[in-house]
Design a protein around this ligand. Structure first.
Ligand SMILES: [Zn+2]
Length: 114
């Protein structure tokens, strides 16, 4: 999901009220801003990312932008923060591409290993 934010209207440092995980928002917004073209690139025909140097919009920016879009637009179907204890039933949960889901998965994976 694309976020409503643009280079002219970047995400605020402080999360909007509908954001469920404000601490995640701050990380996401910070990286969103890092993966934007440098000022001297903004008027270029093919701007490159000021952080990773890929042609912009770079892959990382697109990922962060999608997460911000989820945070402000997908709060109705927000993923639970606690890791699911039943990994063999993935079809029951809709894929939610938030960093929260990713972190939950990593936590679950780490818990399974130990
Ligand atoms: Zn980048």
């Amino acid at each position: 999901m694309r976020s409503p934010y643009t280079l002219d209207n970047p995400p605020p440092d402080e999360p909007p009220s509908e954001v469920l995980v404000p601490s995640l928002w701050r990380v996401q917004a910070r990286w969103w801003k890092r993966h934007t073209p440098a000022l001297d690139q903004l008027s270029a025909k093919h701007p490159v990312c000021g952080h990773c140097g890929q042609s912009w919009p770079c892959h990382s920016w697109a990922c962060w932008d999608g997460q911000l879009g989820q945070a402000v637009g997908g709060s109705i179907t927000a993923a639970p923060i606690l890791p699911s204890p039943v990994p063999e039933a993935p079809a029951l949960t809709a894929p939610v591409h938030t960093i929260g889901a990713t972190v939950s998965g990593m936590v679950a994976a780490a818990a399974a290993k130990s």
